[in-house]
Design a protein around this ligand. Structure first.
Ligand SMILES: Nc1ncnc2c1ncn2[C@@H]1O[C@H](COP(=O)(O)OP(=O)(O)OP(=O)(O)O)[C@@H](O)[C@H]1O
Length: 606
């Protein structure tokens, strides 16, 4: 074996995830949430503006209705024909209601579009996350960011926008009218109302923090549920339902507490604004009365001013509520932004989407050249200067004690992780030079754990090979000894196999995974303990299939049961992250004590 020259490469892996597995970042960067919220709103700004404008016109028509009604009554009182005013009033009623309804619809429509964009962007990113990032995160928490946080965003965005636009416009117009009536009284009013601004400035961040806390707790509920439902039988068999339910309840309680805290702060700001408006009314009454007495203004101006002040009150309430909605939306936007900041795999596969068309079906050689690797900085190394070469075609087996680093070899070939130093070569080319999509499309991989997804048998087989053709499907079903199963199932290939294939036996799940990998006609087939759960007859049959496949493809297998690999072209013995020996079964029995030990414990002689 000639080892290719070594090139030490710096570690380019992702940064370590946050210690609790949560996406990095926090709500504390100033205005981060508001900026993120604006980022979500921006693409919908015109549609939202249209919705708000329609609503505004509808409200103005509503305001004009009393005047039109007055006109109808006046005309009727005078005995004049009232058909015209009645028509105008009817138009105002119908058009006002229709426009207000249309405005609401357009606003909600834009909110749905906004949240759909957020969800698709987030799911797209989540599917492109690095394996290490997902393994360091809580899937349930990530899911809650796509579901619960985007829903909160959807609920708060229209109210926030409508409150900001309508509240600001109407407040500004009212203030102008008040200023025209009596500038001194306006000054007095603004001085009192400014207090609301101070309260809101103090309270708003607290609403944001409490909402963030609630959403964090909801995320942890998702994570705890995922943990329980992901190992449901184990939880039940261990009688751990109560214990796990208690953990869920603790998080639900935490969500309740932070939710109540947010509600309390909202109540504080709403009550303050209501009280301040009342106080401003009394102050204006007092100061205005004094001004009337001194002749600085007249009674009708004071009355008109007070009427405007009454009209202003709900607008101030709307603005205060809008600020609360913005804080809630911002809390959701921060959590969405945190998930969007998680490190994804390189974007190259977007740019070269048709690279997958160019899949390598020809057998691929594999070489490890002095590869060293640790899963994370600070963790012990799993591989120490691992070197071996496997030619294109043929069956190569990796054996060795548990934890020796066999599965990790496959993770480095698939580039789920990147080595700290040394090179991994596929078809003579560094795997880092391969476009990622093409690299993975050229490999068939059967992983050690639960390699079946929810859905039908057909969905599972065609994952990654969408239209294989009936003949090809029948071929792999036969090769993986699944043809009888497919005939037996009630809906054949369209039978639902349950969550993680729970309606299949362990051996059937393994055969499904093998069939799926074979369907790709890969240049390299990686099988990690792929036949460990098969009965003797099926295992023998699958062994023949694998041996046959290895005639035209490179096949690497990890096996604990040596009986499955004694006929391999070469066997690589690994121990504690190092390659100990390479040879055939017979050679290793003679040369390697560890292998001999493994063989004798498994009752395999020379
Ligand atoms: N995602 C991970 N993060 C951190 N450490 C890991 C990770 N996966 C595996 N390890 C560690 O790396 C070492 C090698 O694991 P690996 O799965 O490659 O061993 P293996 O030889 O395939 O073992 P087995 O035969 O039991 O499957 C083990 O000590 C394991 O604890």
């Amino acid at each position: 074996m000639t080892a290719p020259p070594s090139v030490d490469t710096p570690r380019t892996g992702p940064p370590a995830p946050a210690p609790d597995g949560a996406p990095p970042g926090g709500p504390d960067r100033p205005w981060r949430g508001q900026r993120a919220l604006l980022g979500h709103l921006r693409p919908q700004r015109w549609r939202m503006a249209a919705g708000v404008a329609l609503g505004l016109v509808g409200s103005v028509m509503g305001l004009a209705q009393p005047l039109a009604a007055k006109r109808v009554m006046d005309d009727m009182g005078r005995g004049a024909p009232a058909a015209g005013p009645v028509l105008v009033l009817s138009l105002l009623v119908v058009a006002g209601a229709a426009l207000a309804g249309l405005g609401y619809y357009v606003l909600q429509w834009s909110a749905e579009s906004l949240v759909c964009t957020a969800r698709s962007r987030l799911t797209d990113r989540l599917l492109r996350l690095r394996v290490s990032v997902v393994e360091g995160s809580e899937p349930g928490d990530l899911i809650s960011r796509v579901t619960s946080d985007t829903t909160l965003l959807r609920q708060t965005a229209p109210q926030a926008v409508s409150a900001a636009v309508t509240g600001t416009l109407v407040t500004a117009a009212t203030v102008v009218m008040m200023g025209l009536l009596d500038a001194v009284l306006l000054g007095v009013t603004l001085a009192v109302v400014a207090f609301v601004g101070v309260v809101v400035a103090v309270v708003a961040p607290r609403i944001g923090r409490a909402t963030h806390g609630t959403q964090e707790a909801v995320g942890r509920i998702g994570a705890a549920l995922e943990r329980v439902l992901g190992a449901f039988r184990t939880v039940k068999a261990s009688g751990a339902e109560r214990h796990e339910a208690a953990a869920l309840l603790r998080e639900a309680e935490r969500a309740r507490r932070t939710g109540i805290r947010a509600a309390a702060w909202e109540a504080v700001s709403a009550t303050t604004s209501a009280v301040v408006v009342q106080v401003s009314f009394l102050v204006v009454l007092g100061v205005g009365g004094a001004r009337v007495a001194s002749g600085a203004t007249d009674v009708s101006t004071l009355v008109a001013f007070l009427l405007y002040l009454f009209a202003l009150a709900p607008r101030i309430g709307q603005l205060v509520e809008g600020v609360g909605q913005v804080q809630m939306g911002a809390a959701a936007a921060v959590r969405i932004a945190q998930a969007e900041e998680l490190e994804t795999e390189e974007q190259e596969d977007d740019e070269t989407e048709n690279e997958t068309e160019d899949v390598t079906r020809a057998p691929l050689s594999v070489s490890f050249d002095r590869v060293s690797f640790a899963y994370r900085p600070g963790l012990p190394r799993v591989h120490h200067q691992v070197s071996f070469s496997v030619p294109a075609r043929g069956l190569t087996a990796f054996v060795g004690p548990s934890g020796a680093g066999k599965t990790t070899l496959f993770s480095l070939i698939e580039r789920f992780y990147e080595q700290d130093s040394g090179r991994v070569l596929l078809g003579g080319e560094d795997v880092r030079q391969w476009p990622l999509a093409r690299l993975r499309a050229s490999i068939g991989y059967v992983e050690q754990d639960v390699p079946v997804l929810a859905g039908t048998l057909r969905d599972n087989l065609t994952l990654g090979t969408p239209d294989p053709g009936a003949g090809e499907l029948a071929r792999v079903l036969r090769l993986a000894r699944l043809d009888l199963l497919a005939d037996r199932l009630p809906d054949g290939l369209d039978t639902d196999v349950g969550h993680r294939g729970s309606r299949l036996s362990g051996g059937e799940r393994q055969r499904v995974a093998i069939a799926r990998a074979l369907l790709r006609r890969p240049g390299l087939l990686l099988l990690d303990e792929a036949t460990s759960q098969l009965d003797a007859a099926n295992e023998a049959a699958l062994r023949d299939t694998i041996t046959d496949t290895a005639r035209h493809t490179t096949v690497l297998v990890v096996a604990h049961r040596l009986s499955t690999v004694t006929t391999a072209d070469r066997i690589v013995v690994m121990e504690a992250g190092r390659v100990r020996a390479v040879g055939t079964h017979a050679e290793l029995l003679e040369r390697d004590a560890l292998y001999r030990g493994l063989a004798s414990t498994q009752l395999l002689g020379p």
